[in-house]
Structure formats: C-alpha cells, structure tokens
Design a protein. Structure first.
Length: 202
C-alpha cells in the first residue's frame, strides 16, 4: 500500500512520522526534566535543609557546652557575664534550629528520632539549669563542685544529645543519597527512551 502511494504522499507521511517521533522525544525530555527538577527541589527543601539545620543545632550544642564550662571556671564577674550571654544565645539558637528541622523529618524513623532528641534535650536542659545554679558559688569548693558536675552528669546528657543530632544528620544524608539515585535512574530511563525513538525515526 505504501509503495503504491505517490512520491509526494510518501514524503509527507515520512515527514509527519519523523515530526511525530521528534515531538515524542521532546515531550519525554520535557517531562523528564520537569520530574528531575521536582526531585531536586524536594531534595533541597527536605534533605539538604534538614542536614543544614541538624548540623547547625549540633554546632550550637557544642557552643553551649563550651560556654557553660567556661562560665563554671570563670572567677571574674565580667567573664561570667560574657560566657553566660554566649551560653544563653547558643541555647536559644539550638532550639530554633531544632524547630526548623522538625517539619523536615516526617518519616516514622525521623519522628521516632526526634522524640529521642526532645527527651534528651529536656534532660540536658535540666542539667544545664542545675549547672547555672552551681556557677553562682564562686568559692574554690563551689568551682570544684561545678567542674565535677560539668564533666559528670552534664557531659553524659550532652553527649547523648550530640550523638542523636549526629544520627539525625546522617538520616537526612542517606535520604539525599537515595534521592540522587532516583534522579539518576530517571535520567538514564529518559535517555534510553529518547535514543530508541531517535534511532527508530532514522
């Protein structure tokens, strides 16, 4: 049937076929790019920001610990005030970063980990408050007792929160790696389809 058609008709059909295949290739490319862009946006909004906020919360935790220990060992009022101000600001910043990270961990394992963190932060906060009270005693005995408390119960609670925050960041890093693998797989699938269509149009 095709061979019985006029040359002009066959050329027209061939052109339309190539145009149709080209349109399909373009549609596949546009759809795939849109899907990859959506995946990249999701990875940024959920995974990368989650990593950023959890890491920043951990940094503030370290500053809280160091500032408090410096406060406990300080003997001059001016030094105590400086370390107390730094401690207060970092403690508030740590809570702020945790609140920013919380909505980004909606998977069951993420919520369970945040429950552990909330419990650990609450217990750590109680030991911090106790340490601040101990810092009010500037006698040699008081300073020694505060230092012992700092490297004892306070360190235990702080290390627990530190470990959980590290785990929180690792969880998002794993999620980001999985998103990258999905985007890569989508790219290779789309490329294979487009190559097949281009070869079929020749």
């Amino acid at each position: 049937m095709f061979t019985s058609m006029k040359v002009g008709t066959r050329l027209l059909l061939g052109f339309l076929t190539v145009a149709l295949l080209g349109a399909i290739v373009a549609a596949v490319g546009i759809f795939s790019m849109a899907a990859m862009n959506e995946r990249a946006e999701y990875a940024y909004q959920n995974d990368l920001l989650g990593i950023s906020h959890s890491k920043e919360a951990n940094i503030q935790l370290v500053i809280v610990s160091r500032s408090l220990r410096s406060l406990l060992l300080a003997t001059e009022p001016a030094d105590k005030k400086r370390f107390l101000d730094r401690y207060t600001a970092s403690r508030q910043a740590m809570h702020a970063e945790l609140n920013k990270a919380r909505p980004l961990f909606q998977a069951p394992e993420g919520k369970a980990l945040f429950a552990d963190i909330d419990r650990g932060v609450a217990e750590y906060g109680a030991t911090l408050d106790q340490a601040i009270k101990l810092a009010e005693d500037t006698s040699p005995e008081g300073i020694a007792a505060a230092a012992a408390y700092s490297f004892g119960p306070l360190a235990v609670k702080g290390n627990y929160v530190d470990a959980k925050l590290t785990e929180l960041g690792q969880q998002k890093e794993s999620a980001a790696a999985a998103s990258k693998e999905k985007a890569s797989a989508r790219y290779h699938d789309a490329r294979s389809i487009m190559i097949a269509l281009v070869v079929g149009s020749l």
